[in-house]
Design a protein around this ligand. Sequence first.
Ligand code: ZN
Length: 501
Amino acid sequence: MQAYQTLVKELREIALLGSINSLLSWDEHVNLPQSGAPHRAEQEALIARLHHERFTSPRIGELLAQLESSDLVKDPESDAAANVRNARRDYDRATKVPTELVEEMTKTAVLAQHAWVEARKKSEFKIFQPWLDNTVELKKREAGYVGWKDHIYDALLDPYEPGESTANLRRVFESLRDPLIELIGKIAESGKRAPVEVLEGSFPTNLQEKFGRIGAAAIGFDFDAGRLDTTVHPFCSGIAGGDTRITTRYNEQSFIESFMGVLHETGHALYEQGLPKTEHFGEPIADAISLGIHESQSRLWENLVGRRKSFWRHFLPKAREVFGSSLKNVNEDTWYFAINEITPSFIRVESDEATYNLHILLRFQLEQALVTDELKASDLPAAWNERMKKYLGITPPNDAQGCLQDIHWSMGSIGYFATYTLGNLYAAQFYEQAATDLGDLDAMFSRGEFLPLLKWLREKIHRHGRRYTAGQLVQRVTGKPLSAEPLLNHLRAKAKELYAV
Ligand code: ZN
């Protein structure tokens, strides 16, 4: 059908513009000299504007309307139907919010980030408070334009988790919360302490990079279709079918942070490399489903695989070969305990696999309270500290280590945090199913065989791109809706093994 060919061609060119910006942004973070930043900002803003103009042109709306009433979309699972359906979603979202509001949000985000940096440095919430107020007001206006059925927060989740609802997340997150608080409390009372000192030593950057490459390649990263570079904040950029780039950072006293970071970004990259981006570049079905599903792929490799004993049965001897004397006194058991420490801490990004989720649940609740006016921005520090005490049993000594620690709200990213815990939940549920389907994964990992698991992920998740919603996918792959049980079972088993609780 002519209209379909025209739409696909148009979407492909729009996606080419998007991938040009991905490349500019990658270069900005990896290579750009500081003085080049203003020019780069102009380049990126121009491409973003062209991208937006092309995608929101009435022509796209006309093509979609024509196709929606055609036979081409009769089978909802067909490429054409999935493309038209998802393009419609994105088109509606992009055209519903007036350009003036988008521009105001962009400007506010730049100023709010400056205020946030200063507020965090001085640990003075008051500096950031008016900007948080502004940001919340703008997000409420945005939600008003986008519309929602049950809860204003649905409209804010939507760009990150298409089709997800606040009610469903509350159901799952609440069934995670109390058992997790209980488990973490028992661990704290156990009196056992992880021997984290074995992680310290001397680990030169060049050797860490070598070891990171060995790890990434072993789990399936295709270096002919990707790169590993160094940045302050690690990320993964899927620029095109044959071009997926990951980054990491190094701490010469301990290699584990960088290595787990590489596994995490490689997990994202394996998803990108497994999407049908070569044949279908630019079509919605070549894209990731949601941030939560993307994060499930990184957390699966980082936590479900990379923190297993069987994984280190294979990799600890390899690490000894690479790093030599720094690891000579470490045995498998102490190493395994050290990298699985579970202990409450103030900073989300430094927290462990279990407590991490309580950091997220706290933000999830506070965000909803802010956008429904149940919580005033000025009361945020007190509400934050109260929940930290309730969930993790600790009170931040200041706001820099409390409600000012994350950049997200200053960027206008309200609704984003939930995707991190969603990632953990999906990862555990997928892993549980993979173990049922594939048999003894630990035996495979201890032999260095990771590709059967990757093949399973490719088959069940990656190749489908955005054909299904996250909810449909998890039901299809595991036969069940999203549940907190697999993650709780995983964490309970680990706590029993290491902390005897
Ligand atoms: Zn991630």
